[in-house]
Design a protein around this ligand. Structure first.
Ligand SMILES: Cc1ncc(C[n+]2csc(CCOP(=O)(O)OP(=O)(O)O)c2C)c(N)n1
Ligand code: SF4
Length: 282
């Protein structure tokens, strides 16, 4: 490990991969938080399994690889055990929108205090380009040599329906804005979710389309839920429509955490029950 923010682990991302920009945006946010008095030890990255997950190796802060699709559950456990930590989940679209979709929606519903960055390259990158819930219907991947004809999920719309208190969208080729969004997400009290359109040079290079489609709305009020719904419906994860970037929705809501006296007592009772069980004193 180096003393800096990028480790000396060998980087195996493909040249031109959008993950580099996400890594540097997150690194800049970590630097800013440190400058504001939050030590690095108070931040933790929980990664899924996939190209995105290598963030755990490349950024020099506490981190763990979890299981594919289960990062948000691991992160929920960390938030409950130590509510003082800033927990950041780096997950893939295959990871979070397929196997992990229930965990993502329920953590949003509960308003668990964490930030979820979905590296949405719209393909299973590490395993060589299979179809994910946000792949275009006409995409031919390793697992589907023919059109699926399926309609892609619109994840920010799902998250809004689930009661997510912070919904944002970024783009890996708009690094400055992405840095601002990640900072805003971590600063938000409760569950913050950022869908990051990430270019995958090897299997899903949408650079040309995204560069044409993305825009930052000027008169959008993130506290307006109906306006947020209209905004996310402009784009259906196909090559048509405008893609709004920025904070789409944000509201203040009670967070789910283990810090309340009621929950602390419950966990203490449960822990002592488990310890008695282990020690054979039921
Ligand atoms: C439970 C489980 N299912 C499947 C896999 C195999 N697997 C590992 S990485 C991966 C693809 C990851 O794709 P995504 O989450 O979109 O991340 P990316 O590689 O594109 O960043 C899959 C299917 C696994 N390791 N564990
Ligand atoms: S396969 Fe795609 S997501 Fe994975 S490292 Fe290469 S360009 Fe990046």
């Amino acid at each position: 490990m180096t003393e800096g923010h990028i480790t000396d682990a060998q980087n195996t991302w493909c040249p031109g991969c959008g993950n580099f920009a996400i890594e540097h945006a997150l690194k800049d946010v970590i630097l800013r938080l440190e400058a504001e008095g939050i030590p690095r030890e108070k931040m933790v990255i929980v990664a899924g399994i996939g190209c995105h997950a290598k963030m755990a190796d490349y950024l020099n802060i506490n981190s763990l690889y979890s299981l594919h699709g289960r990062s948000v559950s691991f992160a929920t456990g960390i938030c409950m055990a130590n509510p003082d930590l800033n927990v950041i989940c780096c997950v893939g679209d295959g990871d979070a929108y397929a196997e992990g979709i229930a965990h993502l929606l329920f953590a949003a519903k509960r308003n668990v205090n964490m930030t979820v960055l979905v590296h949405n390259n719209r393909v299973y990158g590490l395993t060589k380009g299979q179809f994910t819930p946000t792949s275009p219907g006409e995409y031919h991947g390793k697992s589907n040599p023919y059109d699926t004809g399926e309609i892609a999920f619109n994840p920010p719309e799902l998250l809004l329906s689930a009661g997510c208190s912070f919904v944002a969208r970024g783009y890996s080729r708009r690094g400055k804005e992405l840095t601002g969004l990640i900072y805003a997400g971590i600063s938000h009290s409760g569950f913050s979710y950022i869908d990051i359109l990430q270019t995958c040079r090897s299997y899903m290079d949408k650079t040309e389309e995204y560069d044409r489609q993305v825009y930052v709305p000027v008169n959008h009020h993130p506290e307006d839920f109906d306006a947020a719904c209209r905004l996310v419906r402009e784009y259906r994860y196909d090559d048509s429509g405008k893609i709004a970037l920025g904070i789409i929705f944000q509201e203040k809501r009670d967070t789910f955490h283990a810090g309340t006296p009621h929950l602390q007592q419950k966990y203490a009772d449960k822990k002592s029950f488990v310890m008695r069980f282990i020690n054979g004193r039921r």
